[in-house]
Design a protein around this ligand. Structure first.
Ligand SMILES: [Zn+2]
Length: 356
């Protein structure tokens, strides 16, 4: 059995966070756990803090990687069961560090307790349409573990996790807006939205957004949600013609020059294929698709202006890119398994709960 609570305060320093693990409120299963009836005798022997109740049904031993900390203190009363959790150091478990960062930065704040029921009774309460419902009230339970659960706490966090999910999912290579070649010596300047239109992005039609996306080698989806989502421009805004210097800059960024470009690894090959085709249009041999050292990249692209190899995305003003980046990194590092859980199941559940 599980019941949920949330963070009370994040630490200013140190690795201890206080969470409200349980209250007498009705949980989503329509049950109530009385906080003062939570027994900790067994738990005290092994006060583990887990990621998502992973591998722990009260019988199985948890996966060591899923143990992200320990409960160092708790307070029990009729109104609440609060726990102080010390996150494991990064050296002991990198997953713990990621989880700690997600909590600290406000992306996750929900904990859940796993328990065995000891004593309970049923209460009849008025339900929908005058019908009576039976509610289970747990008067006494044996605490087994406390878990951090990947359910975001507020609408902003939900939106961010959706962005994270978007980052984990594959993007698309838009179809070329034009096959036409600009003269080979055409200088390249990364386009801004104003170079395409004088309307704000949100006022553009889906067709207009797709048309603009056709100047780029990667988009998270079509039509893109934001102009800043588009990566690796190489067609000029005036007529859509392919600009050789833009193709080279995009290839340089794809292969990792000057910090590279933030697109899913699974998309890199198809972006490469798109750019390699443009190389051949200009009768050039594309560089091999492989990992390069910085020195090799400098040799391959010696003359690129400092900014030319950037991904062409102006900083987004819709989200804090630093925080989003940190969250993306953290979610990736939490492992494909956990990420898949967040992406597939939990977001839907979280959205449903947020709207309830
Ligand atoms: Zn193209």
């Amino acid at each position: 059995m599980q019941v949920r609570g949330s963070v009370i305060r994040a630490p200013d320093k140190g690795r201890v966070v206080r969470f409200r693990a349980s209250t007498p409120a009705v949980d989503r299963h329509g049950t109530v756990v009385r906080p003062d009836g939570i027994r900790t005798d067994q738990f005290e022997k092994n006060p583990i803090f887990l990621w998502g109740h992973d591998g722990y049904g009260g019988l199985m031993k948890p996966d060591p990687e899923s143990v992200i900390g320990r409960v160092v203190g708790w307070e029990k009363g009729p109104e609440a069961f609060d726990v102080d959790v010390e996150f494991a150091p990064a050296e002991a478990n990198p997953k713990a560090e990621m989880a700690f960062r997600l909590v600290k930065s406000g992306f996750l704040n929900t904990v859940s307790i796993g328990f065995l029921p000891i004593k309970w009774h049923e209460e009849r309460v008025p339900g929908e349409a005058g019908a009576e419902e039976v509610r289970t009230v747990y008067d006494e339970v044996e605490l087994l573990e406390v878990s951090l659960v990947p359910v975001p706490s507020n609408p902003e966090a939900v939106a961010l996790v959706r962005d994270i999910a978007g980052a984990l999912l594959r993007g698309v290579v838009p179809s070329d807006v034009s096959e036409k070649k600009a003269p080979e010596d055409t200088p390249w300047k990364k386009p801004r939205l104003e170079d395409f239109t004088n309307k704000p992005w949100d006022e553009l039609t889906a067709a207009e957004k797709r048309h603009i996306a056709g100047h780029y080698a990667w988009a998270p989806k079509l039509p893109p949600e934001r102009f800043s989502d588009l990566k690796l421009p190489h067609h000029q805004p005036s007529d859509g013609a392919v600009v050789w210097n833009g193709v080279r800059a995009a290839m340089a960024a794809l292969l990792g020059a000057r910090g590279g470009v933030d697109i899913p690894d699974g998309d890199r090959r198809k972006v490469y294929n798109h750019l390699a085709r443009h190389y051949r249009q200009f009768e050039k041999d594309p560089p091999e698709f492989k990992a390069y050292t910085e020195a090799e990249l400098r040799q391959l692209f010696p003359d690129l202006a400092p900014d030319a190899a950037s991904d062409g995305a102006p900083p987004s003003d819709e989200a804090d890119p630093g925080a989003l980046e940190q969250a993306r990194e953290a979610v990736k590092a939490l492992g494909a398994k956990v990420a898949a859980k967040i992406v597939r199941g939990r977001i839907e559940a979280a959205l449903k709960e947020e709207s309830e």
